[in-house]
Design a protein around this ligand. Structure first.
Ligand SMILES: Nc1nc2c(c(=O)[nH]1)N[C@H]1C(S)=C(S)[C@@H](COP(=O)(O)OP(=O)(O)OC[C@H]3O[C@@H](n4cnc5c(=O)[nH]c(N)nc54)[C@H](O)[C@@H]3O)O[C@H]1N2
Ligand SMILES: Nc1nc2c(c(=O)[nH]1)N[C@H]1C(S)=C(S)[C@@H](COP(=O)(O)OP(=O)(O)OC[C@H]3O[C@@H](n4cnc5c(=O)[nH]c(N)nc54)[C@H](O)[C@@H]3O)O[C@H]1N2
Ligand code: SF4
Ligand SMILES: [Mo]
Length: 684
């Protein structure tokens, strides 16, 4: 028997970026576990990815190229050969380019894998589409608003090292549910607690995480910036601001101080629905606790004012001076610290000229309204927009267009492959090579292929190398190997990548970024235009926004007209059992998830005469989805909560995105998943 251990990385859109070890026996993957040597993973994966190898063997895995035989949306296909599939795609693309120009092609990359080689925007596919002059794709669906907000205040969204939460004395888990969405950070929270740290959770829902915190504040969705300003009002009222830090490191303190003065606790309480005495108590705690850290993730920025929310939250440690202390500051995503050579990887210079950008979360509009030129060919790569993107009815209408040529690179028969003209079988992570970061830590990870792909599955990179050859595209950069792509990505020469080579990553599996230790990212100043933390932003002013950080109300939650028609604010956050829609087709994880559930406060249920356990419909003017009602005081009155990730085809034809608007956030052009109003009625 021949057994070996192969080091790899979890590819999923999760901050933890786990390092894993595949046991390969006689060429077959016989076991998968977390890498005990990785400081963040420490031997553990999660309840989802523990089923990875079982998932790879599922009978519904797509193993061969497929061509549609039924109507769009039906999901009926016949098996074809790669040669035939590539020939057909090449013909169609040539015709599309001749008729409409390259911009009529939309390469729609999703977050199925975050790998720099196979995944999100980084792969050889991007080069291929650049050569054709295809539209650019704005992968805004996850964190665009928060990144833009942080960028205005800090100049880079990188934030503190999440491992340094262990050094915090007060941790505010703000719109984040790590026990479900990235549990490895919890051991650093617990380490701080053993030293006496206090943990507060800010979430409209009493999540698994909030239930473990020392206190829980439940604001109305989308009102977090008002809460932050109310807390700061208390801090400043006690004179607890750090005058030295404010003087040396920040810009616009007098203006921001005036803004804070507009939010006494009573007003913050009125906006957020959090009792004033709770705001005062937490404000006082912040005032006396150094260092205080905020862990904020993507949940709270999926609102009309989501950019402003992160912009203002990042100001809080600017007032207390915590940005200068280990264990203080804010962490959102560490991606901004990963200084890879993205230009070399993307090769946008291969474009024949400037191209338009299409927004991932506005695919309905992109397919139905854009006409300069219209989208005539759609490539969906590691994405499932028919289940994950806002305003599902419109997305499906767009995908159903008879004149649209759709190619989907996939592993499983999703809601989106049902609309494909051609489906191409994609490898899974343990079958291909890739380079990863974790957006919740500071390590790079190399994923070595452990086993040969099943059936005729191909890595994304190889698919586009073959398609480029088939189309006679002579650009040599389209044929670079996976290892060459990784080496190019590592070639930025940035000091934080010093000594990190592909050889070393291969040998060691993962390497910590060569950042100064301890890592205080803004110790030498902030990478803003002024070099200071910007309470007042010239860039915001130039973009026609409020120059001073503040509170921007959500678009739909606080709209009185919509509130009258649709009294309940809907949150559809992470499911414990799925990763976005990945695993949404896994029988065991579906069984554990138990189908879509809608949580509602007893007062709201009583007002509607609804009892727990019955099927209900959440509805608004965009659409409806069904779920089983759970009556619980874990959600605040006026709010209902469900989870993302359920496949529409297993949920009565629609999921929560049927009712979500396609609208953009205030900054960054992100989606507004949790800024949604519905009414709930009995189903059937
Ligand atoms: N198990 C699992 N893990 C995941 C994912 C998954 O689907 N399942 N998704 C992955 C992805 S893609 C991402 S981006 C991350 C996201 O990681 P998180 O940000 O932790 O995930 P969410 O559950 O989207 O949102 C967190 C919390 O924000 C709350 N929330 C919503 N609106 C507001 C608000 O206005 N204010 C406040 N204070 N809180 C609000 C929600 O109730 C939710 O509990 O998780 C990743 N990890
Ligand atoms: N209502 C609601 N909707 C949401 C959210 C929410 O909070 N609420 N969250 C949003 C967030 S944070 C995100 S990030 C998006 C995610 O939205 P998408 O980016 O569309 O991600 P998924 O729906 O998980 O679909 C990923 C697909 O990629 C496939 N895949 C995985 N690995 C590979 C690979 O290596 N190659 C190929 N070709 N395919 C692969 C998987 O099988 C899966 O079908 O969803 C968003 N949608
Ligand atoms: S989904 Fe997150 S926690 Fe689970 S294995 Fe992947 S990186 Fe780790
Ligand atoms: Mo995400």
């Amino acid at each position: 028997m021949n057994e070996l251990k192969v080091l790899g990385a979890c590819p999923l859109d999760c901050p933890d970026g786990c390092s894993w070890v595949v046991t390969v026996r006689d060429g077959k993957a016989a076991g998968l576990r977390g890498n005990p040597g990785h400081p963040y993973t420490r031997g553990a994966l999660c309840t989802k990815v523990n089923r990875w190898l079982e998932q790879a063997e599922r009978p519904d895995r797509i193993l061969y190229p497929l061509r549609r035989t039924g109507r769009k949306g039906e999901g009926r296909f016949e098996r074809i050969g790669w040669d035939e599939a590539l020939g057909e795609i090449a013909d169609r693309l040539e015709r599309v380019v001749a008729e409409h120009g390259g911009e009529a092609i939309w390469p729609y990359w999703g977050t199925g894998t975050l790998g720099y080689v196979q995944g999100l925007e980084g792969n050889a596919g991007r080069r291929f589409f650049n050569v054709l002059g295809a539209s650019a794709h704005h992968a805004n669906i996850c964190s665009a608003a928060g990144n833009a907000g942080l960028d205005h205040t800090l100049g880079s969204p990188g934030g503190m090292d999440p491992e340094d939460l262990a050094h915090s004395r007060l941790i505010i888990l703000w719109g984040t549910n790590p026990l479900t969405t990235g549990h490895h950070v919890w051991k650093f929270v617990q380490a701080a607690r053993r030293e006496g740290a206090h943990v507060a959770a800010v979430d409209p829902v009493l999540t698994r995480t909030a239930a473990q915190a020392d206190e829980h504040l439940a604001p109305l969705p989308g009102t977090d910036a008002a809460l932050a300003l109310g807390l700061l009002n208390v801090v400043v009222g006690l004179g607890a601001q750090d005058e030295d830090f404010l003087e040396r490191r920040t810009l616009g303190w007098p203006e921001f101080r005036a803004r804070i003065a507009e939010f006494p606790p009573a007003r913050a309480a009125e906006i957020t629905g959090v009792p004033a005495e709770r705001i005062v108590a937490l404000g006082e705690r912040i005032a006396r606790t150094r260092p205080t850290a905020i862990r904020a993730t993507q949940g709270l920025q999926r609102h009309g004012g989501g950019g402003a929310a992160l912009r203002t939250l990042a100001c809080l440690p600017g007032v207390t001076g915590d940005w200068a202390r280990r264990g203080g500051g804010l962490t959102f995503s560490t991606s901004g610290h990963v200084r890879l050579n993205r230009e070399a990887l993307y090769r946008d210079d291969l474009r024949p000229g400037p191209v338009r950008t299409l927004s991932m979360s506005r695919i309905g509009r992109g397919l139905l309204e854009v006409d300069d030129p219209p989208v005539a060919a759609l490539f969906v790569i590691a994405a499932n927009p028919a289940a994950s993107a806002p305003h599902q009815g419109r997305v499906r209408q767009g995908l159903a267009r008879e004149d649209l040529f759709t190619v989907v690179l996939e592993q499983f028969p999703t809601d989106t492959t049902d609309y494909a003209d051609i489906v191409l079988p994609a490898t899974m992570q343990h079958e291909h090579a890739d380079l990863h970061e974790g957006y919740g830590h500071l390590y790079l990870t190399w994923n070595e292929p452990a086993v040969a792909p099943p059936g005729e599955c191909l890595p994304t990179t190889e698919t586009f190398r073959r398609l480029a050859r088939r189309m006679g595209l002579a650009e040599p950069a389209l044929q670079d190997s996976d290892e060459e792509l990784a080496e190019q990505a590592l070639s930025s020469g940035h000091p934080w990548l010093a000594g990190i080579t592909l050889d070393r990553l291969r040998k060691e599996g993962f390497v910590r970024l060569a950042v100064p230790e301890p890592f205080l990212p803004y110790a030498e100043g902030f990478p803003t235009p002024s070099g200071r933390l910007e309470f007042v932003s010239g860039r915001a002013a130039a973009a026609g926004l409020d120059p001073v950080a503040g509170y921007t109300p959500p678009a739909e939650v606080t709209d009185p007209v919509r509130a009258a028609r649709y009294p309940l604010a809907l949150i559809s956050a992470a499911s414990h059992h799925f990763l976005n829609t990945v695993f949404g087709g896994n029988d065991e994880l579906r069984r554990r998830a138990g189908g879509p559930v809608l949580r509602m406060h007893p007062a709201d249920a009583a007002a509607r005469g609804l009892e727990g356990g019955r099927r209900v419909r959440a509805v608004n003017d965009r659409g409806a989805f069904e779920a089983v009602l759970e009556v619980t005081d874990r959600v605040r009155p006026g709010v209902v909560a469900t989870t993302k990730g359920h496949w529409a085809k297993f949920s009565g034809g629609a999921n929560a995105n049927a009712v979500v608007d396609e609208r953009d956030t205030d900054l960054g052009g992100g989606p507004v998943f949790h800024d949604t109003r519905v009414e709930v009625e009995p189903a059937g």
